[in-house]
Design a protein. Structure first.
Length: 89
């Protein structure tokens, strides 16, 4: 199992498009992926659940992956966070 702690750095936090990008990666992968924020754990494959985390800029998020391609999946999601989902100015 891989676990990475990331900080949301984009100004609008986890909104519909950012959540959709996470879900697209999760659905491509064969591992189990979870997003944990504010004490709540949700499946990264469920866009509504990820959106309901209502995580804003500066919130710490933990990504958990377990399965055959966990390393690839978690790195792809971490890259989104590190790049500010392409929204940083």
């Amino acid at each position: 199992m891989q676990t990475w702690r990331l900080i949301i750095s984009n100004p609008r936090g986890l909104h519909a498009e950012t959540c959709a990008r996470i879900v697209r990666i999760a659905k491509r992968c064969r591992c189990n992926l979870s997003v944990v924020a504010k004490g709540r754990r949700v499946s990264a494959r469920n866009i509504v659940a990820v959106m309901l985390l209502t995580a804003s800029m500066g919130v710490s998020v933990r990504i958990e992956a377990s399965g055959p391609d966990e390393e690839v999946a978690i790195r792809e999601i971490a890259t989104l966070f590190h790049d500010g989902f392409g929204e940083r100015r």
